[in-house]
Design a protein. Structure first.
Length: 278
């Protein structure tokens, strides 16, 4: 009915919990992009089938998986190594697939972001959505900043309201900052190159709406500070104790990194333009 594909790079620490939670899928595949730890060995020992491909982007990697991994199931679940399926999520997925209409091409999924055992329901603005379940041949992906978006969708996309668990901070803050330093570079390029009109903020497509909002809030003076205020006070992170405070502060730092890198990109673009004119 459905098989899971997990993208990995040095995920030996988190992968076992992820695979343990996927005992309800037909097959589990790991698509690795050059791990130097025991990721591939662990995956194989737990029954997952391992493929390898150089990483170029989250959207491109998922498309490579769609095109090259011989999934027997009609449906594919993309889940990350630091994410865990719950019994309720598994039941919701299977029920949705059994009862879905023929025109359904896939499902947006939501998650519970966990920090120090606390669900950041308020500060992370639950629910947030990503396209994670697709019917083979009915949808693909494209790169979008540090993440990916749905592409070439043939049919309707629905929403699966039961969340999975996301342990984004499982490897510690140093790892989180190193990863988000890379993510901020990708996000800066994406936000610099997007050119949405203001009306797109109200677009019915949530993916377009989200990208348009990012484009416009980035240019607001003091946006990183406002992002922290929004997460901690307006959304309710203040009621989540230390985890809510830490998350609000660090997501603000992430936005500040993006703004700095956008400034760098604009300076480079200006120099190139001046060089061509001289």
């Amino acid at each position: 009915m459905i098989s899971a594909i997990i993208l990995t790079l040095n995920e030996a620490e988190d992968l076992p919990k992820c695979l343990d939670s996927l005992d309800w899928t037909d097959q589990n595949f790991v698509l690795d992009s050059g791990s130097t730890d025991k990721t591939c060995e662990i995956a194989s020992s737990m029954g997952a089938i391992v493929y390898k491909n150089k990483f170029e982007g989250f959207g491109q990697q998922r498309c490579w998986a769609i095109d090259n991994i011989p999934v027997k199931s009609d449906w594919i679940l993309f889940i990350d190594a630091d994410e865990v399926s719950t019994p309720k999520f598994a039941s919701a997925v299977l029920d949705a697939i059994r009862n879905t209409k023929n025109e359904t091409a896939g499902f947006y999924c939501c998650w519970k972001l966990m920090l120090y055992g606390k669900w950041l329901k308020f500060s992370d603005s639950f629910p947030r959505w990503q396209f994670r379940i697709l019917k083979k041949g009915k949808a693909r992906y494209r790169d979008a900043g540090h993440a990916m978006k749905e592409a070439q969708v043939e049919g309707k996309l629905e929403y699966l309201k039961e969340p999975y668990l996301h342990f984004a901070f499982s490897k510690g803050w140093t790892f989180w900052f190193n990863r988000h330093n890379k993510y901020s570079s990708l996000e800066a390029i994406e936000r610099t190159n997007t050119n949405y009109r203001l009306m797109h903020i109200f677009h019915r497509d949530q993916s377009i709406r989200k990208e348009a909002v990012k484009q416009y809030v980035t240019v607001i003076p003091g946006w990183p500070t406002l992002r922290c205020f929004h997460s901690y006070f307006l959304k309710g992170g203040i009621f989540e104790g230390l985890p809510g405070l830490l998350y609000s502060i660090n997501i603000s730092i992430y936005e500040y990194m993006i703004q700095l890198k956008i400034l760098e990109l604009k300076k480079i673009e200006t120099k190139l333009t001046q060089g061509k004119q001289s």
